[in-house]
Design a protein around this ligand. Structure first.
Ligand SMILES: [Zn+2]
Length: 214
């Protein structure tokens, strides 16, 4: 199992993960202002290989701001949940919060992912789990091979995503956390905060925080 943390969201932007199998995928793209540093780190990790795809967990700019730079550099295909993809494709700043983060994004082609879609990377098989609440079309990616979860801003090691930005919904987030609690999660790779080796515990804690039970 090969998952690299390219950029720690503890510094700036979101966490960025590089997942390496027979194909390669980047999960989230960080902020545009960090792109030069992030691209250098990714190229070093890829060691001459290409980057097949960039998967965005949701439409907030701290996760998508570096997308144009990554696409220019690697020529990858970009993917996002069907609910969020149009906002990214059009870079609708009222939703992406790009102005708040002081950046811009060019219109981009985004392939829409649906619930249950499986992205086969060889040693990793990422299943799309729709988890609205932080945004209307946010997704988590569950690696069926390693029982790990890339959780975006739905759930962190010790907390949950905000629901007060446009299209956010505490009710939907609670339902999404309940849905995740039915999945066996070992490693948790969140969009911010540290990774966590006990994803099930993190999800239970998130459910408790939002008042959806323990
Ligand atoms: Zn977010």
């Amino acid at each position: 199992m090969v998952v690299h943390l390219v950029n720690s969201g503890l510094q700036s932007g979101s966490n960025i993960y590089l997942v390496v199998g027979s194909r390669t995928a980047l999960i989230d793209a960080g902020l545009d202002r960090d792109s030069a540093r992030n691209i250098a780190a990714i190229k070093k990790l890829l060691n001459g290989r290409g980057l097949d795809m960039i998967i965005l967990t949701h439409f907030h700019f701290d996760h998508i701001g570096g997308l144009n730079d990554m696409l220019d550099e690697f020529g990858s295909e970009a993917y996002a949940g069907a609910g969020d993809a149009p906002y990214i494709a059009n870079c609708d700043s009222a939703y992406t919060l790009s102005e708040m983060f002081g950046g811009t994004l060019e219109p981009t082609e985004i392939t829409e992912l649906m619930e249950g879609d499986v992205i086969d990377l060889g040693e990793h098989r990422l299943r799309v789990v729709n988890t609205p609440g932080h945004t209307c079309g946010g997704i988590c990616l569950y690696d069926e091979v390693t029982s790990s979860l890339f959780s975006g801003d739905t759930v962190f090691s010790c907390g949950i995503g905000r629901t007060d930005f446009p299209t956010g919904s505490a009710k939907e987030l609670a339902a999404s956390l309940r849905k995740l609690s039915g999945i066996d999660v070992g490693m948790l790779y969140p969009g911010h905060s540290e990774t966590d080796s006990d994803g099930n515990r993190a999800i239970r804690y998130g459910l408790m925080m939002i008042g959806g039970g323990f």
